[in-house]
Design a protein around this ligand. Structure first.
Ligand SMILES: Nc1ncnc2c1ncn2[C@@H]1O[C@H](COP(=O)(O)OP(=O)(O)O)[C@@H](O)[C@H]1O
Ligand SMILES: [Mg+2]
Length: 323
């Protein structure tokens, strides 16, 4: 079976914004620091039809940048993204409606002055998926599917709670009948009890619609029940991937273990161990294994040589000298 989406060696650099120090140095004739920041480095992955891939790592590790490149919203600096064998973007612009995205802040994606029914119908009408006359029924159907009263179509975004707004954003994305849904931290700004409701909604939609989904979160606990497979990202690279069952039962990478220990589990939110140290700056990645300064089992080899992402016997991938 060929995967729906493939990323091959995808890398993204950003020009570093000049600091005041750079400007002052330039004014005195000194060369400015032109180092580029590399947010994503050489990521390869595949998403199969009907599967949900969880993408997890600390804030700043490059998840959103990778998600944007996979969605075709941002061009990679090198490498390529293929949707059914073709690129979802041309000339730096998204050319497909087959990938839809849901972001952390549903306010940002909904026009505050439009009734949410109109916001949901807008895309499908513009792309000829439904006639204007039939769009009301489409909106009702999607509102019901995401657990909202179809009468809410007449309301404006500010009349909803955070969880309800995220349901609207999900309905709006799915009304476009995408082949792939990319959700970037869709529950991060919600209360824990509301998070659980939205995650349950994803489970229902996955079962009912056979959804294919990339689900991004900084919290390994959040993606646990919605993911078939999980990929762990550290400082711009995938450091481990595997089936969700295996990642949670037997994490291979010390970083994955640390993420698991720092993720709240139902009923035992008290005993959280934050991960020691901080995510290094992508401007100055540590030599060798990028995780070695924080790793409890790092050795001289880890300080010197970056471990390659190698296949495990169970089909997963792991980049660690000692796991
Ligand atoms: N447009 C941008 N210009 C410069 N740096 C960026 C830009 N977007 C993201 N970055 C940097 O890239 C790194 C990864 O960011 P991001 O992909 O947002 O991570 P995450 O979603 O995991 O929190 C961070 O160091 C961030 O500051
Ligand atoms: Mg992000």
């Amino acid at each position: 079976m060929t995967p729906l989406l493939i990323a091959e060696g995808v890398t993204r650099r950003f020009a570093r914004k000049p600091t005041w120090g750079d400007r002052i140095a330039a004014a005195f004739g000194a060369g400015t620091d032109r180092r580029a920041l590399q947010a994503v480095t050489d990521v390869s992955l595949a998403i199969q039809k009907g599967e949900t891939l969880g993408l997890v790592g600390e804030s700043g590790c490059g998840k959103s940048t990778l998600g944007r490149m996979l969605a075709g919203i941002m061009a990679p600096s090198s490498g390529r993204v293929l949707l059914d064998g073709a690129s979802p973007m041309r000339g730096g612009h998204k050319i497909t409606t087959r990938i839809q995205t849901v972001f952390q802040d549903p306010f940002a994606s909904l026009n505050p002055r439009r009734r949410i029914g109109d916001s949901i119908a807008e895309g499908p009408i513009a792309h000829g998926l439904v006639s204007r006359a039939a769009s009301g029924a489409l909106v009702s159907d999607w509102l019901a599917r995401v657990g909202l009263d179809p009468a809410f179509a007449q309301r404006f975004p500010h009349q909803f709670s955070g969880g309800q707004r995220q349901r609207v954003a999900i309905a709006r994305a799915l009304a476009m009948q995408p082949d792939l849904l990319i959700c970037d931290e869709p529950v991060a700004s919600l209360d824990v009890s509301i998070q659980a409701q939205i995650l349950n909604l994803f489970l229902d939609l996955r079962r009912d619609l056979g959804l294919t989904c990339l689900f991004i979160s900084h919290d390994l606990g959040v993606v646990r029940h919605v993911s078939d497979r999980v990929a762990i990202m550290y400082l711009g690279r995938i450091v481990e991937s595997g089936t969700a069952a295996r990642i949670y039962a037997a994490p291979g990478h010390p970083y994955t273990r640390a993420l698991l220990d720092s993720s709240p589990k139902l009923g035992q939110a008290a005993a959280l161990k934050p991960i020691a140290g901080e995510l290094p700056s992508p401007l100055a990645p540590p030599p060798g294994c990028a995780f070695h300064p924080r790793c409890p089992i790092a050795t001289e080899l880890c300080r010197r040589e970056r471990p390659v992402l190698a296949a495990r016997a169970d089909g997963g991938l792991l980049a660690c000298h000692h796991a």
